[in-house]
Ligand binder design. Sequence first.
Ligand SMILES: [Zn+2]
Length: 447
Amino acid sequence: MAYDMVIKGAKAVTPDGVKEVDIAVQNGIIAEVGSVIETSGAEIIQADGKYVFPGAIDCHVHFNEPGREDWEGIETGSQMMAAGGCTTYFDMPLNCIPSTVTAEHLHAKAELGRQKSAVDFALWGGLVPGHIEDIRPMAEAGAIGFKAFLSRSGTDEFRSVDERTLLKGMAEIAATGKILALHAESDALTSYLQMVLANEGKVDADAYAASRPEEAEAEAVYRTIQYARVTGCPVHFVHISTAKAVRLIREAKQEGLDVSVETCPHYVLFSHDDLREKGSVAKCAPPLRPRESQEALIEALIAGHIDMVSSDHSPCRPSLKREDNLFLSWGGISGGQFTLLGMLELALEHQIPFETIAEWTAAAPARRFGLQKKGRLEEGCDADFVLVSMEPYTVTRESMFAKHKLSLYEGHTFPSRISATYSKGRCVYSDGKKAKEGIDGTLVVPS
Ligand SMILES: [Zn+2]
């Protein structure tokens, strides 16, 4: 057979386990996965024993474009994704200006992505007060789902939902067959506790963490599960940080509700001690948890009770990361480059099979969000894959692709590194460098 490209000598991480195979690509699609593929005229990539993972699908990033390109941007953000082994990302509807809350905004953002994105992308729409009637047009325009906040979002442009908006919005999202992505923290609890602590003059790491306790997450998850039962709305719980919340979601699943859950690498690799030590680079919402909670979350992940892992890459201008008052500092971790590497670190520490890592980072999000041709190293799927070499890599500012080099991950050593990333058969990142012709992004929609 004549193919465009063949990867030879790979340890391919397939849904059935790691296999020593060749992978042939034609017209951007995986054409054959076989023990020895004979071909003539194809470009040969010698994997030399490197692992080949399906390109990661990061269903939660904030690239802040249009309107806040000084925080990140599609060009730098998507190159960062490629450098981290991610070939499809889902951009959130907030922190950009305007927020993505109408079909017109969604079309405009998709066009920016086509012009600037190194890899494929999907777009979340926003569920905010005053825009319920925009849900259906956004769904028809290709929104992957809809994001809502129960507590404040961190920017004035994207309002959290009141209960009526949430219920009406969930009914409307259910009617379109889409999924609600929910930031689950109780506004009543978090704003009350923040007020009490600020009145006492407490604004440090301990105070910030105390203002967003595990109960705030559990209460919001519990309440939304009741609403899901009443409205029939599928719900995806984003950046869940506690085993307590995972347990509630698991019970809802067992009952037959259409719910899923993601956590982020920072909740499993880091703890509240890191917020104390490193300050605002480690500030996020929900906050990093104490060690015993971190360990319980890792146990829940390994037990298979968490569907997927996403980065929640949420950077800002460096001046917004303040050390004098953590409540006033921007909350968000810049870590989009490190999801796959972070999960591989966890895999080596806890003897987790690599196909489980491919499930959390690629197959599960593809399945959940209806991307039929993504997330697996299988014939007929898009040729999105990553070569990973098992050599340690210490994160330096020079090797970070995010616009700003302020990250919790600076100085962190991973046991593996991304060697090259291919999007639909084209190299988009190789050995520390972005590919020459970097633009390969198209809007992906559920099918
Ligand atoms: Zn987020």
